[in-house]
Design a protein around this ligand. Sequence first.
Ligand code: HDE
Length: 726
Amino acid sequence: MKKKSPKTGTEAAIDKKLVPQPENAKTEKLKVHTADSSEESMTTNHGVKINDDQNSLKAGERGATLLEDFILREKITHFDHERIPERIVHARGSGAHGVFKLYESQSKFTKAHFLNDTETETPVFVRFSTVAGSRGSTDLARDVRGFAVKFYTQEGNFDLVGNNMPVFFIQDAMKFPDLVHAVKPEPDNEIPQAASAHDTFWDFISMMPESAHMIMWLMSDRAIPRSYRMMEGFGVHTFRLINDKGDASFVKFHWKPLLGVHSVAWDEAQNISGKDPDFHRRDLWDAIEAGAFPEWELGVQIVPEADEFKFEFDLLDPTKIIPEELVPVQRIGKMTLNHNPDNFFAETEQVAFHVGHIVPGIDFTNDPLLQGRLFSYTDTQLIRLGGPNFHEIPINRPVVPVHNNQRDGFMRQTINRGKTSYGPNGLGNNDPQQVKATDGGFTSYTERVDAKKVRARSKSFFDHFSQARLFYNSQSAPEKNHLIDAFSFELGKVKTVAIRQRMIGILSLIDRKLATEVAFGLGLVVPEKPELPVNKSIPADGNPADFEPLQVESKLKSSAALSMANTVKDTIKSRKIAILAADGVDGKSLNAVKAALEAEGAIAEVIAPRLGSIVAAGKEKIPVDQSFLTAASVLFDAVYVPGGEASVKAVAAEANAVHFLNEAFKHCKAIAADQGAKAVLDATYFGSAKQPGLLIGDANKLAAEFIAAIARHRVWEREPARKVPA
Ligand code: HDE
């Protein structure tokens, strides 16, 4: 049930003094403006009460509008300036408020207060996003998902600005603009929107062997999540933890969703993009509104400093994971998202994340991608949010007071008092004062640096294929098939044959069978010895021989954590199940399954030929949630067809209902039908013969088996058997 508190996350946080208004500012506390608070007077932005908001000021009833109408001009001017530049990447997103609670103190590794104190609930704001598409693009693009978390800690804001994939395309920030230019719509015709399946992306990738590992993740089903609530999150880079003695450890951050990691099928994703491009947004919003709060556990992989060089790969290389078999992920706390934003623009659009927002006890490493990011995030906010005061926007404010000698600038909110805005000063008690490290003042890790200034990359970054292969070897059979299909689709959309051929070369260095399957679909052959295009991604004066990728054979042959098939959980909480019915439905058959599904926390919707209600065989009225016109199979996880002679006849004769079932079958969803509803199944292309995930029987006995089948997410083993495409 709805558990929403009347306050927004930001407002609640302000009330609890978690997000303070600027110190000394005369600004009023934010007021909750709700549609039913009818006593509010309408005013201009300068507080003048408005008498007529319906008509502009004219010279006579039928005359010209007068320039002196300051109320009209203020309103239109504000409207004209409503848009701000969208994020250059991650423009499309969705946010939510929540809390983080630690299980056990991590003081052995870090002095960060929020990772030491198990009593504190740290407020968080999370923004999920796609990367390539514009703000209005579909949620279901094949893409990486952003997973950015702002922790409002007692020592300032810590932002964990991660993705749902643990590695990245490139090793050096220098190449980021090239990568993004390549994946964005092509510059001559601005096609395609939110898609990597085009020439410029694969042209670039086929010449960047370092992206081999990441494109395996991108072509896997991880790139088309079922829900933001069912994605893992990763900090990607290796960071440092520092304890109160100054000892450092390396750390990789993980988010593990308690609902498991699940994806949709590619055909499903493309359909959802048309039927409900806001599918992920809606799913997150609805789940929170319904009180089915999404949860993730924060995991850490900790590597002692002494073990820095113990691995086959370089800890600083962002194209590598630390396999969980080598360093287990310890789950140290839980994040719960429990509050939708009140205003998308004020919160989700204006939130400004930055990998450089760290707190004492956490520090950076020299990962060259991370180092470049440390510059980019402030820089991008300056243009996007219009100036250096974006930290004063409520969603970005820390929960602790801010005092420093920074002043003025566009849209300054704080009204600083006094004469001094410099330090040291004698006129103002030398305030604000610096803080000793022992009292929480931030000090950087004193890493020893003794090096030549060079533009170069370490040889230890040159193994590009072994972890791509590890990923492939770790996938289940259906996951491997989906990878082959995804490469075939994406490269099939590439028009330049030479690019496809280069990609087949790269794939053959990862896995020959994968390359052969993809090449077959593209009408190409796998070269005996692929010619590596490395000479295109080296400096002008570089010797190609010095840049040959290393051919490393990983000792580890597969890693269980890399397959989503190993994350299936025993729950159908918040899953959506369609019930196809019409007048004359057997009410007992419908209600028994509906009640059983709802008892497990699922959402069961009755879909019928028209809205309103249907009349069951026993004459009771059953409310209809959606009609066949508005509902679509791709927006549900499973389907049930209850009995009742007239209903069964009507549903079997309804083309949209039969299509609904055909599609659900093709997308490997659990389907259940009452014994008396066989005729509906016989109208589909798959019929009523015994098949995995197709359950027919008495409604009361069916429910438990149906619930177990839905909890498995998809019946992927049915996939190869699909005959006629729905
Ligand atoms: Fe970002 N990235 N990024 N990125 N990134 C941005 O900052 C950038 C990278 C990530 O919901 C931008 O405020 C560079 C890796 C997320 O608001 C920009 C490089 C990872 C979000 C930027 C990277 C990310 C961003 C655009 C390579 C995963 C969305 C708007 C050196 C660990 C945050 C903005 C949100 C956003 C730059 C690579 C994650 C331009 C230069 C690796 C989740 O500053």
